[in-house]
Design a protein around this ligand. Sequence first.
Ligand code: PLP
Length: 428
Amino acid sequence: MKDTVIFDLIHEELDRQRKGIELIASENFTSQAVLDAMGTCLTNKYAEGYPGKRYYGGCEVVDKIEQIAIDRLCTLFGAEYANVQPHSGAQANAAVFLACLTPGDRILGFNLAHGGHLSHGSPVNYSGKVYEAHFYGVEQETGLIDMDKVEATALEVNPKLIVCGASAYARDWDYARFRAIADKVGALLLADIAHPAGLIAAGLLNNPMDHCHIVTSTTHKTLRGPRGGIIMMGKNFDNPWGRATKNGEKIKMSAILNSGVFPGMQGGPLEHVIAAKAVAFQEALQPEFKEYGIQVMKNAQVMADAFVQKGYKVISGGTDNHLMLLDLRSKNVTGRDAENALVRADITVNKNMVPFDTQSPMVTSGIRVGTAAITTRGFKEADCLKVIDWIDTILSDVKNEGLIIATRNEINAYMENFPLYAEQNVIA
Ligand code: PLP
């Protein structure tokens, strides 16, 4: 019996994705090959453990797949160690904390209200419930992180682990300075590169692998893979936290991190997703992926400049990466109202707190805009300028239903020029 209810809804979602302009900074469109790898018989296989050391029989094939994923990921970022099993970015971070920290330990992360991620110590998350979380933030005037203040906070807090990385920070990270601060206070340094991972892999932004003890990421944002998480370590990691065994030898940090993922945080790995990760890593190793990353950044810069020209406040004045954060207070519209109006015109963005926001998280004063997904659709600078015009038209009159519908019709017609997933490949 065919489950028409669910498959009809999948088609409905495909239609939504095809017709609209996707500006959610954490989203992207995977290749058909990534989708194909995910929807396979690999989902049937239990494989607790790691390649060559499993708790189940019949893992010969998935062992090969997982090892290829690990090797490709190490090549992509210049890592020495990689774990491709985390089901998500939040679980990758939780696994690192579990592996490296003791409940009650102090951690120092980027303030969620300034653009950080909830898995970096927010009180509503595991990380903030189990560990004592402290935060650094951005300056109100500049929207930038002041590294001297990060150092002062680190000296005051004396954390065991410092997290750098964010969900809504448009600037590159000074990983070398973060490492110097971490060394000064004897902390482990974790970079969560979930957002800019694809741009780092393409060599377009600073690579944390040279400076940070541990690096986590998601695989589905700028990296353009399936939804999932990863953990990596750089080549010169000197195992400062490795635990001594009975005979005095140190357990390698890689083994400690692996045990944080399984059995610490998860059970069986999703081998179909790991296969899709491997496909995405191979794609990211190709020269075209660098071209893609360059275009993502060009599109973001053009959009940030155009917003500024139209009188919008772009936090930090622009962007170094694929995203920008807009403070809409000068336009007298909340993030929630902006998101709702834009979504009705088939432009998808998310409302977002801006630093020093005066609204609640469900209302917010801002929106976050990213270019990873539209660049995959084929948008160039001129297309991005059209998007800014559409956004500006709608935000100037968020209650004008006629205008919203007319804009949506225009957008739907425009998007027919940017096909997404060939018809013959779409599931029946
Ligand atoms: N880390 C950062 C910086 C993120 O932006 C996100 C998601 O947006 C995550 C972690 C969590 O990823 P996931 O949603 O896969 O758990």
